[in-house]
Design a protein around this ligand. Structure first.
Ligand code: BDR
Ligand code: CA
Length: 312
């Protein structure tokens, strides 16, 4: 039998984070061990509730740990213009019956990684505060992390400033800690996530599956695509975060380049810029895989496969 990829998903749901939970929780190749949440698309209180709502709705019995409510150094930013007042506007959920785990996400991450055999992949689809803090709190976790796959950054234009992407700009100091940790890293930046635009025909295709997961997908994407159109003028919203899970299910969905990558933390104008040396100008030792292309058709097929993994 194929060995499952053990992951912890560190996220800030968020519409596209919710689809990442759906995919990771459904697909048999992924063993989603826990969800840790962070302040990002909305405040920590809201992202925690959203993660639990998505799990409860999909019948996923996965522990959810709340982490950091503030970035390491800078003032907190949120993305209410894209994800709405709740951070997950659109779907209607039944009252929550499940609760958060008591342990802080940073304490959980350090404990879980220290206890592990070095076989856990950390997927980050929000600001990197929890993981950066865990690395500072207990540096011995660093060699225990199998790899980090994250959605964030861009070597082309950002989406919050010309220079920076939201997840990295929300806590660039945390990204600095993670980028310089020495853990094998794969970056799924805006450069590829902007190629997987969720057009109305994609929403209809996924809804045709006709189960709970497909309804959730439709309700999420209709709201998300509306705000994306208002803010960026696109017909379909880029399904950023699920690219990480798609890659872990089928690595051939992405084309990667092993390059030197760093994050700008000193500049005001370019704070949070991810400098990925795609053309090797700097002749520095590569430290991360950067996604430079995505097989769009394969990606949507993977999303559909994950939706179909749910029974009702
Ligand atoms: C990233 O920012 C958030 O709004 C999304 O959930 C995604 O993780 C895209 O820049
Ligand atoms: Ca996110």
């Amino acid at each position: 039998m194929m060995e499952k990829t053990k992951i912890i998903l560190d996220c800030d749901p968020g519409h596209d984070d919710a689809v990442a939970i759906l995919m990771a929780g459904g697909h048999p190749a992924i063993d989603l061990q826990a969800i840790t949440v962070v302040s990002g698309n909305q405040t920590l209180e809201k992202t925690a509730v959203n993660a639990m709502n998505v799990c409860q709705y999909l019948g996923l019995d996965i522990p959810v740990y709340a982490g950091c409510s503030e970035p390491m150094v800078r003032k907190k930013i949120i993305a209410g213009d894209i994800h709405g007042e709740t951070g997950l506007d659109g779907p209607e959920f039944d009252p929550l019956t499940r609760t958060l785990e008591k342990e802080h996400a940073v304490t959980f991450l350090t404990r879980k990684l220290m206890e592990s055999d070095g076989d856990i992949t950390i997927v980050i689809t929000g600001p990197m505060t929890n993981v950066g803090m865990a690395m500072r709190m207990e540096p011995r976790i660093i060699p225990k992390i199998k790899q980090i796959v994250f959605m964030g950054g861009a070597y082309t234009n950002g989406n919050i400033t010309p220079a920076a992407e939201f997840n990295i700009a929300a806590d660039a100091e945390a990204a600095y800690v993670v980028f310089n940790s020495g853990v094998p890293i794969t970056m799924c930046g805006l450069d590829i996530t902007r190629k997987v635009l969720c057009y109305p025909e994609i929403v209809e295709r996924m809804e045709r599956v006709g189960n709970k997961a497909s309804r959730l997908f439709g309700d999420l994407m209709r709201f998300f695509c509306k705000t994306q159109k208002e803010v960026f003028g696109w017909e379909g919203g880029p399904l950023h975060d699920p690219t990480t899970i798609a890659y872990l299910i089928d690595p051939s969905v992405l084309t990667l380049k092993y390059v030197h990558g760093s994050v700008e933390i000193r500049s005001e104008e370019s704070y949070g810029r991810t400098n990925c040396d795609i053309f090797d100008y700097m002749k520095k030792e590569p430290n991360m895989n950067v996604a430079v292309d995505i097989d769009v058709e394969k990606f949507w097929n993977l999303v559909e496969t994950c939706i179909k993994c749910y029974q009702n």
